[in-house]
Design a protein around this ligand. Structure first.
Ligand code: 4NP
Length: 155
């Protein structure tokens, strides 16, 4: 059975689609499945934001075929690891958990890079134009660490 990892942000159009594409590019497809979802429902079935698609392409990652979906309670059982982009996502997801086992699957993604610091991946949606590149670099660094840990543990 492949190990399943879910990336979660608010809209599922800017940060988590990038995180999905970046982590998937660092893991062997036979052993791992990476998906993403948003806590909000505005962008269900939509393509990622064109600025996320563009920054991913610049780094040779294609996220254009992803489709937005909303986080659901059954994701706690469907996934082995759930990485959230910011503290607000963390609280929204934890509020839906039924028990400690489900809560323990949820981690702030940048805590892999900056342990226990609870740093947010900033939402680039309304931000400055290079915000997507900044987010890409943060996610790339933290996904390097995540991929090495997962490969070490599960292959
Ligand atoms: P994301 O960014 O959570 O990184 O996908 C957002 C995109 C859209 C909205 C919020 C956050 N929105 O409110 O439409």
């Amino acid at each position: 059975m492949p190990i399943k990892i879910l990336m979660v942000c608010l809209g599922n159009i800017c940060r988590s689609p990038l995180a999905q594409g970046i982590l998937a590019s660092k893991l062997p497809k036979e052993n791992f499945i990476v998906d993403s979802a948003g806590t909000g429902s505005w962008h269900i079935d939509r393509q990622p934001d064109e600025r996320s698609i563009a920054v991913a392409i610049k780094h040779n990652i294609d996220i254009a075929k992803q489709k937005g979906r909303q986080f659901a309670k059954n994701d706690f059982d469907a996934f082995d690891y759930i990485y959230v982009m910011d503290n607000s996502n963390y609280h929204d997801v934890i509020d839906l958990a039924h028990n400690q086992e489900q809560k323990s699957k949820v981690q702030l993604i940048l805590n892999e890079l900056f342990p226990n610091e609870n740093v947010d991946v900033p939402d680039p949606y309304y931000g400055v134009s290079n915000g997507f590149e900044v987010v890409y670099q943060m996610l790339d660094e933290t996904c390097d660490i995540i991929a090495k840990k997962l490969i070490g543990k599960h292959t």
